[in-house]
Design a protein around this ligand. Structure first.
Ligand SMILES: *Cc1c(COP(=O)(O)O)cnc(C)c1O
Length: 821
């Protein structure tokens, strides 16, 4: 905690100060994440899409009075505010964090690498926290902004820090190194991941190694040649490495995989024969565990303590899951760790669930003993965020229950998990969103087990973080000022509308579009306040449209006249509508020859106001149709110009869908309509956008059996085994939306890192695959139908259709699960 004038001095900032004694405790870069306005310092960061400066007004009105900016806004509008003026706000954030860091003299571990950073960080936390009071990066906060925010959390109560550093292009690490100033370095696996920003592996390695410029000790794997070649120039005093092939401090002699665990035997410092068992079997886990082992040995934990803790390592799932719970509730399970930072992140996700007016938080005590001020802080946040109901578990909250009682409408307190579980019943919760936030030792998964709707093990997992990423990927291709309409027709291309709309609203898209009025009504019920265009309108829907403030697409004289008639009977004026022009798709819309009559109608009524005029491209993804696309644009341009001349007010003009945003940037006009691209499918198919997979369809193995050569599988005996085969029966079939065209080897699923071809005909609720040769496969194991490993585009191709049909064809009976990373 520092005063604003100390910070001004540190940043060497020109200052406009109204209160020099203002105390700063929190750093803020996102206007949506304000928790303690009075003690927050807002950095108006600039990115290619967004200028933080434009949020000052909003942030000030939420109570924030301290700002770091590049130029002074109209200060008279903000009489209570302090402004620090700097050249570059991101640099200032980093500089402030670096200065804060330099106050502490306990060991700081800096982790980098291509893969495994977060797992190694979290496992070290699990392994070392009995001895150390550790501050670590929340989740995977390892970016140019995440690192300074993480380091800012250091205080004198800690005695060990663990931070991760991630980079995606050259010259980023030299910014992160002075912020973290690690005294101990860890290099995890260097792979091909995130290669895009670099010329080659060598450049990437060199850049990553810069983190270790001043470390005393470095932990790494000796077997990577490129790393070895580049290490010597750093002159690190002590390198403690491990190896599978060479002499090293920790020589791995044997890795024995068993069905549920892996035994690892090693020779330490050429004299000690040691071994651990970890409850994982995948190669990445083995490598990450070895890295952690090497570090624990350095910290001089005894072999027996290391072995004991390794055997109890917990999987690291830093994702937030939105699970369906009994009585129409949703459950956000974040019971992996409990600290202020991750609490704020989880709370933010809870508050995005507008579809539930009532929000409940179930909290445990902190894992470590802290002074009461942390409990007061949490209580303040819960009150500020207007949480309706809070349930606490643990003796500290029990003792401090009055601080919550004063602030929250409904509170209940339990001294222990036992007393809470003893009385827990699903009937205590109804139509609410519930956040479970507890320290690991409280084992909140026991609450999840009781409240969660038992899911049929076939699920469609929707990754909301990937969706937001894809949104940004397209936004980066927009001309400045171009608005964005997100298409969530057909239940968000099969991924669910309200949940997807919440994310889009949070990320401030300008418009939503749905296919039918009902879908729009659902979104309004879920608390979505963005303008919503309804594409497919008939007279029966007028009332729902007007009652819910939805905006119809008008595409013919019939529907136009009927709507005007409806509005005038209701006495409604200037109702927002959208005019659709048919320029060659020949689906819906006014034609060019209709324009004079359309103008006559529009200029003759006060009932409606044209918000936008638009058309839809028939083949924006196809190069061979580019002349046709251009012709569609020309027709649209003529029609919309004539309308613009006749209507004396401005409207929005839009034409581009996902493929056109990228392939025809010149026709982005005032707004674009982004559909399939949001859901991770690059319809332009040019692989220039780094889209992430949003939808994963998966199920589990119901049964495994060996069959003999010559045996057949499934209906009509269509699947014949040419040799002895292991057959897995999966809990999914064509009634779930898996096409029968994938039968008989056309399609494959993904099990334990390998493709398993479908054998025989796909049945209604089940299908069979060949699992021969998949190491360690067991009944109950997961199988991916499409997702990261089996792209939905591939499945579409195998079925002779397009990704749109596959995604929207997944049956409603398949549960959707939403995750945020
Ligand atoms: C579906 C749709 C879009 C979005 O198309 P994508 O190819 O999914 O981006 C845009 N405009 C209209 C009118 C649509 O119906």
């Amino acid at each position: 905690m520092y005063t604003i004038d100390i910070i001004a001095k540190t940043l060497d900032a020109k200052a406009h100060i109204t209160n020099s004694k203002a105390i700063i405790k929190n750093l803020l870069t996102d206007s949506r994440r304000i928790v303690f306005p009075a003690t927050s310092l807002f950095f108006a960061l600039q990115s290619s899409r967004r200028d933080g400066f434009t949020f000052i007004d909003d942030v000030y009105h939420q109570g924030v009075v301290n700002f770091v900016v590049t130029h002074l806004p109209e200060a008279s509008k903000y009489p209570a505010a302090n402004f620090l003026i700097v050249k570059d706000t991101l640099e200032a954030l980093q500089q402030l964090a670096a200065w804060h860091r330099s106050h502490f003299h306990y060991p700081v571990i800096g982790i980098t690498g291509s893969n495994g950073k977060t797992i190694v960080k979290e496992w070290l936390y699990q392994l070392l926290s009995p001895e150390y009071n550790i501050i670590r990066s929340p989740r995977s906060y390892n970016s140019q902004i995440g690192v300074p925010l993480s380091v800012w959390q250091m205080n004198s109560q800690h005695n060990l820090a663990i931070f991760e550093a991630g980079i995606s292009k050259p010259e980023e690490m030299e910014k992160l190194q002075p912020i973290i100033q690690p005294t101990i370095g860890i290099l995890t696996n260097i792979g091909e991941a995130h290669q895009e920003g670099f010329k080659n592996v060598e450049q990437k390695v060199k850049e990553k190694l810069r983190l270790f410029t001043n470390v005393q000790t470095l932990f790494c794997n000796r077997d990577n040649e490129v790393v070895q070649e580049n290490l010597s120039s750093l002159s690190i005093p002590q390198i403690q490495n491990w190896s599978l092939l060479h002499d090293a401090d920790l020589v791995i002699q044997k890795i024995e995989k068993q069905p549920q665990q892996t035994l690892i035997t090693a020779l330490y410092q050429q004299s000690q024969n040691i071994r651990i068992t970890i409850p994982f079997t995948d190669d990445a886990a083995v490598e990450n565990a070895i890295t952690c082992w090497n570090v624990c040995l350095y910290f001089q934990l005894s072999h027996s303590i290391i072995a004991e803790r390794m055997a109890r390592l917990q999987p690291v799932d830093m994702r937030l899951q939105l699970l369906k719970a009994a009585n129409g509730c949703s459950l956000i399970n974040d019971s992996y760790s409990f600290d202020i930072n991750s609490f704020n992140i989880a709370l933010d996700f809870l508050l995005q669930q507008h579809q539930y007016p009532s929000k409940t938080v179930i909290l445990s005590d902190f894992a470590i003993t802290t002074d009461d001020s942390h409990y007061h802080q949490i209580a303040d946040v819960l009150a500020i965020k207007k949480i309706n109901r809070v349930i606490t578990i643990g003796e500290n909250w029990y003792r401090l229950q009055d601080i919550l009682k004063d602030k929250i409408r409904r509170t209940t307190h339990f001294a222990s998990m036992q007393s809470f579980l003893g009385q827990l019943h699903t009937s205590q919760f109804r139509n609410e969103a519930i956040l479970l936030k507890g320290a690991r030792k409280f084992a909140f998964e026991r609450i999840v087990a009781q409240l969660e709707d038992k899911v049929h093990s076939t699920i469609m997992e929707i990754n909301l973080t990937a969706l937001a990423h894809n949104l940004k990927a397209y936004q980066q291709h927009l001309q400045p000022g171009t608005k964005l309409m997100a298409m969530i027709k057909a239940g968000g291309y099969g991924s669910g509308s309200a949940e997807v709309a919440n994310v889009l609203q949070y990320h401030k898209v300008d418009y939503l579009a749905v296919a039918y009025a009902d879908e729009g009504v659902e979104l309004r019920k879920a608390g979505i306040s963005l303008p919503i265009l309804v594409l497919n309108v008939d007279e029966a829907a007028f009332e729902a449209i007007v009652d819910n403030n939805l905006e119809p697409e008008l595409f013919s004289f019939n529907i136009l006249q009927a709507f005007i008639h409806y509005l005038s009977r209701q006495g409604i004026q200037q109702y927002p509508v959208h005019i659709k022009v048919d320029t060659g798709m020949h689906r819906l819309g006014f034609e060019e020859k209709d324009i004079p009559e359309l103008i006559a109608v529009l200029t003759n009524t006060k009932s409606i106001a044209v918000k936008s005029v638009f058309t839809h491209l028939a083949a924006s993804e196809a190069e061979e149709e580019d002349t046709f696309t251009q012709q569609q644009y020309n027709i649209f341009d003529r029609c919309s110009n004539r309308l613009q001349k006749a209507l004396k007010y401005n409207f929005i003009r839009h034409i581009a869908n996902s493929a056109a945003i990228f392939r025809h940037p010149a026709i982005q006009l005032d707004m674009v309509r982004l559909g399939i691209g949001l859901y991770g499918v690059d319809s332009a198919n040019e692989h220039q956008l780094q889209l992430q997979t949003v939808c994963t369809l998966k199920t589990t193995i119901a049964q495994l059996r060996w069959i003999k050569a010559g045996d057949t599988v499934g209906y009509n005996r269509r699947g014949k085994a040419t040799k002895d085969e292991l057959i897995a029966t999966l809990r999914i079939g064509y009634a779930d939306g898996v096409s029968r065209r994938l039968s008989n080897g056309v399609g494959s699923v993904w099990i334990k890192g390998k493709p398993a071809p479908i054998i025989g005909n796909v049945c209604m609720d089940m299908l069979m695959v060949v699992a021969t040769g998949i190491e360690g496969v067991q009944e109950g194991d997961e199988a991916e139908i499409f997702g990261k490993n089996i792209p939905v585009q591939l499945v579409a191709q195998q079925c002779g259709t397009i990704s749109y049909e596959i995604l929207t064809g997944i049956s409603q009976r398949v549960k959707r699960i939403y995750i945020e990373e």
